[in-house]
Design a protein around this ligand. Structure first.
Ligand code: ADP
Ligand code: MG
Length: 616
């Protein structure tokens, strides 16, 4: 570290959050967060399609979310890698103003203006925006990235996140767990050593990890979490309360009105955030609902911090239960910890700070920025990976047990929860029928004895087995988990030693064909975006010179119309301006460039004439 990076080596750390995304890069040996065009270090993870069909991402999408609620997608991360028939999909379907539909592989798809998108595509739109932000900052193309995910994400969710990166044109070097990334930034920054707990509560997910940090070795001891618990659930409680109050006062149920509901949601979040600093806050939504007869109803309520705490206390308690569980897994008591790191926007809520302080029996560390620390850590890891640094070693664990389904529908665990990754384990399958030539293997993740209660990662079919009496063919199946937490399967015929071919049936997400089509689609889109930017820049420049030239015309005419040479020059200049105005209507960047040259010449001639007359 320390040396100037070759532009080709830029590797960014991306915290692709449920609510906000953040990007960081290591500069002169120190990680820095990159601000977006608006100067903000966080970009809302919101995507929308405007009425004219334009794709909007980030703040610009957030600002129009009330008037265009149906076509504005927020918190898509809650759906990534999820199956259509999962409880989260149902919850989102009931509570979100945008529409979700079932995808061709039992996955969830999202609609914006009658167009159906896979969830990785929506995430890719956010990543593309983040990539642009980074590229503008470093002044070069950015291809490599380390992307973070909640520690408790399963394989399907991780794969889908990796797919999102690929669609966005990023080479995702590594998927890193968010709390682990946070600990990296903490450890390197505060030179913290010892055993720490990272409590990360964001917009949609909760994670807690216990780590030991020593001499640049970051070893996760245990991790636990809930990938469907976050600020969104707190908002839901406050919105629910507001909807109920409105119904009590007016008799109207506003849940059917998407725009009104989105206004309530917005107000709920705003009030909730305000209550982190004040003890009472008011909600004011004039003209919230118009009755069929034209009467209008306003919503005016006051919410106190105590009321908010009552509405959400069980959610906070759930996070504390999970902390207890992960400490037990690590065989530690709160007193064994040296520090507690708070991450995520939600940790600004006083009730959370109090509960965490009480449970861990210590004041949490004040030195880390809860919004930025994850991206900073990801950029540190990215730089270490590209520079082959040996000063830093990250040893993470798998959050879920991995195994296969065995007869009777039972789950047979091969790799236990909280095992350090990368790791692998094998199991020997035998044929159960004579002349059986194929075996189907169901690979699952989860903690239940019953296979059906765990997450199905894939169906693998081993085919081309030798024909033999049952029980004679033995196939060794190896399940591996990479440092990204991503699962792969390999199989070998024990007698012949031959690698066995495996067919994977997609159980979620996208097929390879769909994925590569999306990769090229998004590549074209980015070329368009860049072309548009170029066009806008060219138009701006031409417009500016036209104005300057036009401003000088009266004076130039005064001086030059006396001679035929002068009159000729003036009409030539008029023609150039006319052509420029025409080119400004079109979208030909090259024509604009050419006309700009002519305009430049005209302008310098005009300036020459004007200064000369002034000198005379
Ligand atoms: P994610 O990592 O999931 O994108 P963030 O860490 O950005 O999420 O946290 C976003 C959540 O934090 C939102 O639910 C937001 O309402 C909440 N939040 C932000 N600021 C505050 C605050 N001052 N008080 C309470 N909650 C806050
Ligand atoms: Mg986060």
């Amino acid at each position: 570290m320390g040396a100037q990076l070759n532009p080709m080596d830029y590797v960014v750390g991306i915290d692709l959050g449920t609510s906000n995304s953040v990007v960081a890069v290591v500069e002169d040996g120190a990680p820095v967060v990159i601000p977006n065009k608006g100067g903000y270090t966080t970009t809302p993870s919101i995507v929308a399609t405007s009425e004219s069909g334009t794709r909007l991402v980030g703040h610009i999408a957030k600002r129009q979310s009330v008037t265009n609620a149906r076509n504005t997608v927020f918190a898509a991360k809650r759906l990534i890698g999820r199956k259509w028939d999962s409880p989260p999909a149902r919850t989102v379907q009931q509570s979100c103003p945008y529409t979700i539909v079932e995808g061709p592989h039992g996955d969830v798809r999202i609609m914006m203006r009658d167009q159906v998108y896979s969830v990785p595509e929506i995430s890719a739109f956010i990543l593309q925006e983040i990539k642009l932000v980074a590229e503008q900052y470093v002044g070069a193309s950015v291809q490599k990235a380390v992307v973070t995910v909640p520690a408790y994400f399963n394989d399907n969710q991780r794969q889908a996140t990796k797919d999102a990166g690929r669609i966005a044109g990023l080479d995702v070097l590594r998927i890193v767990n968010e709390p682990t990334a946070a600990s990296l930034a903490y450890g390197l920054d505060a030179k913290g050593e010892g055993t720490v707990a990272v409590y990360d509560l964001g917009g949609g997910t909760f994670d807690v990890s216990i780590l030991s940090i020593e001499d640049g070795v970051f070893q996760v001891i245990s991790t636990a979490g809930d990938t469907f618990l976050g600020g969104e659930d707190f908002d839901e409680r406050v919105s629910g309360w507001l909807v109920e109050r409105f119904r009590e006062l007016t008799g109207v149920d506003v849940r059917q009105d998407r725009m009104a509901l989105q206004r309530i949601r917005d107000a709920a979040e705003q009030t909730r955030c305000e209550l982190s600093t004040v003890t009472e806050s008011s909600v004011d939504l004039p003209f919230l609902y118009t009755m069929p007869n034209g009467d209008t109803h306003h919503l005016q309520e006051t919410l106190s911090r105590t009321q908010l705490n009552d509405l959400t206390k069980d959610l906070v308690d759930r996070t504390i239960q999970i902390c207890r569980k992960t400490l037990e897994e690590a065989n530690l008591s709160p007193r064994d910890l040296d520090d507690v790191i708070l991450v995520g926007g939600m940790v600004r809520m006083p009730l959370i700070q109090e509960s965490v302080t009480k449970f861990f029996q210590r004041e949490p560390c004040r030195g880390v920025h809860p919004d930025e620390v994850v991206a900073l850590g990801a950029s540190i890891q990215g730089t270490a990976l590209t520079q082959g640094s040996t000063d830093l070693l990250l040893l993470d664990v798998t959050p879920h047990s991995l195994g296969i389904m065995i007869s009777g529908g039972y789950f047979h665990e091969l790799i236990g929860q909280n095992t350090t990754v990368p790791t692998s384990a094998s199991h020997i399958f035998t044929t159960v029928r004579d002349n059986q030539t194929s075996v189907k293997i169901l690979v699952l993740q989860g903690e239940s004895d019953k296979a059906a209660e765990n997450e199905l990662l894939g169906e693998f079919i081993l085919s081309g087995l030798e024909k033999a009496v049952r029980g004679q063919v033995e196939v060794d199946v190896t399940l591996s988990i990479s440092a990204d937490g991503i699962v792969s399967v390999a199989a070998r015929d024990l007698k012949t030693g031959r690698e066995q071919s495996i067919t994977v049936t997609a159980t979620s997400g996208l097929t390879e064909e769909e994925l590569s089509a999306l990769v090229s689609q998004s590549h074209d889109y980015m070329l368009d975006v860049k072309k548009n930017e170029e066009l806008e820049r060219a138009q701006l420049q031409v417009r500016k010179i036209v104005e300057e030239v036009e401003a000088l015309f009266p004076e130039v005419r005064d001086v030059m119309s006396g001679t035929s040479f002068g009159r000729d020059a003036i009409s030539k200049a008029e023609a150039v301006v006319e052509r420029a105005k025409q080119d400004l209507q079109g979208s030909d960047v090259r024509a604009l460039g050419e006309v700009q040259e002519s305009l430049d010449r005209t302008l310098s001639m005009f300036r020459g004439v004007v200064t000369k007359t002034k000198l005379n």
